[in-house]
Design a protein around this ligand. Structure first.
Ligand code: FAD
Length: 470
């Protein structure tokens, strides 16, 4: 005897949307009325997947732990599976005799996996639906009048603001009908570092999970937003710290958008607009990734394929950068903050990245990979897009010739050295090393290298397209 379709379960396939509120896929499954199989699949093998780095694995473990508890408190359960999506999702659907599957869209190269799965599952008669949940605007809806993707942020964001957001955030379900099926345990995935356990700093500084994300948004809106003008000062708490929560979808950009619009009187409107503009950069970078999925491997501007990166930089210099021992206080403070907390202040990220790329002339991809491993908010759009922004090779990037001077940046944004003292207490003592490179002469070398790139690019066989990308 076959079960009536209405009693057969729905599968909700979670990815970077580890939340119960404002989760359209989950909402749809609960509305359908049948039991719900909520699955998180650890997929490190499908085409287009970039396996997580160490810090994001740590975050994922704790985020799933929180989500499991939250789901169970509503009567549901969280199923964990591992493997390639095409096989494992199809297997789960068969095992549970599901009648429907829902997921929230992703925008990197792995979206092709989703498209293939959608059509093969539909061929078997399953109801399959995907939703927008992790961006405010679908990349294909924000285009120039000619239908091209924007390459300039200000125009992109203007166009987004004209479109406006189209719905209110969805409430979390009040209850979830559980469906019993086999699940891996989180422990068997070994996402946490064991030998050595380097995650002590993360445990101290990070609080993964939807409830923490909500609290942080609340605290930020009520207590911190008014100081957002000071967001460039690393020694002062003026930013939201929401990036890892947004990274894992513990909170949605729509929830953030509405919360900020909800509380504001006219005095705070400017600050909120400024903040939302930063969320706009997040949207812009995902938009770029959607159109250019090789963002962490290839220069967005082809001219940079001709850049003469210094290939003989000794490994100890790159290690000094990674470990915060360059002798440049702001860079060292940032790199140590990253190592301990899994995050780094945005201004300092720019300075530390610029030092690697422009003063040491190391290919931006080397730094991007380090951040990918060390940042708890590392994602496949914002990390490479920001590295390419610093390197000058990205869309709407900082021009290469604008080389940050870390000492001037320190004077401007950390004049009392509050931030530096916190991470590099020995910075003004006799034991603190001299800079590993001379800032003035390495800046000149960087500008020479840039000129070399331009003349090589101009004489390259594909020079018209390359010149266009400058
Ligand atoms: C070299 C480099 C690498 C970076 N890698 C990442 C990354 O992997 N993941 C990531 O989320 N951000 C990345 N950023 C951007 C930025 O540094 C962080 O988003 C920010 O520091 C997060 O802190 P916050 O949440 O307190 O920011 P807030 O100032 O509170 O900003 C609010 C939100 O806006 C978004 N946002 C802010 N600045 C940017 C930006 N420049 N680009 C894109 N989104 C932004 C984030 O989602 C952030 O949570 C990188 C920046 C640089 C220079």
């Amino acid at each position: 005897m076959t079960t009536a379709a209405v009693d057969r379960p729905s599968v909700v396939w979670l990815r970077d949307d580890l939340r119960l509120a404002d989760n359209p896929a989950l909402d749809q499954a609960v509305r359908r009325g049948a039991p719900v199989v909520i699955v998180y699949l650890l997929d490190e093998v499908s085409r287009g997947i970039r396996p997580l780095g160490g810090a994001t694995k740590w975050w994922l473990h704790h985020s799933l732990t929180a989500l499991r508890a939250d789901t169970e408190s509503l009567g549901g359960s969280l199923v964990l599976r591992r493997g390639d999506a095409a096989t494992e999702i199809a297997r789960l659907v068969t095992e549970t005799d599901a009648a429907a599957i829902y997921w929230n869209r992703r925008y990197g190269a792995a979206r092709e996996v989703d498209a293939a799965l959608k059509s093969s599952l539909r061929d078997t008669g399953l109801e399959v639906q995907s939703f927008r949940a992790n961006l405010l605007f679908e990349p294909w809806t924000v285009t120039t009048q000619e239908g091209w993707p924007y390459r300039v942020f200000s125009q992109f964001w203007k166009s987004c603001l004209e479109l406006g957001v189209d719905r209110e955030p969805l409430a979390a379900p009040q209850s979830i009908q559980s469906f019993a099926t086999r699940s891996d345990t989180l422990e068997e995935w070994e996402l946490l570092p064991a030998r050595p356990d380097w995650a002590g700093g993360l445990r101290e500084h990070c609080a993964p999970g939807e409830a923490s994300a909500r609290d942080r948004l609340e605290d930020f809106t009520l207590d911190v937003l008014e100081d957002y003008d000071r967001r460039d000062e690393p020694g002062f708490q003026a930013t939201s710290g929401l990036s890892p929560h947004l990274r894992f979808g513990e909170i949605s950009p729509l929830q953030v958008w509405h919360r900020l619009h909800g509380v504001l009187g006219s005095a705070a409107r400017d600050k909120s607009a400024k903040y939302l503009r930063e969320l706009g950069w997040r949207e812009f970078n995902w938009n770029i990734l959607y159109h250019f999925p090789a963002l962490h491997e290839k220069n967005f501007r082809a001219a940079f394929d001709h850049f003469p990166w210094e290939e003989s930089v000794p490994e100890w210099e790159i290690d000094a950068w990674r470990q915060g021992r360059t002798g440049v206080p702001l860079v060292d403070a940032g790199m140590r903050e990253l190592w301990v907390t899994g995050t780094m202040h945005n201004r300092v990220r720019m300075v530390a990245a610029s030092f690697l790329v422009k003063n040491l002339l190391v290919d931006w991809r080397v730094g991007e990979r380090w951040f990918w491993d060390a940042l708890v908010d590392a994602d496949e759009a914002n990390n490479p897009a920001n590295w390419q922004w610093v390197a000058g090779s990205g869309a709407d990037a900082a021009p290469f010739f604008r080389v940050f001077n870390p000492l001037l940046q320190q004077q401007k944004f950390d004049p009392q050295a509050r931030y530096i003292r916190r991470w590099v207490p020995e910075f003004d003592g006799p034991d603190y090393p001299h800079p590993i490179v001379d800032l003035a002469s390495s800046r000149r070398d960087a500008l020479k290298a840039y000129d070399t790139m331009k003349s090589r690019a101009a004489s390259a066989p594909e020079s018209a397209a390359v010149a266009d990308s400058l």
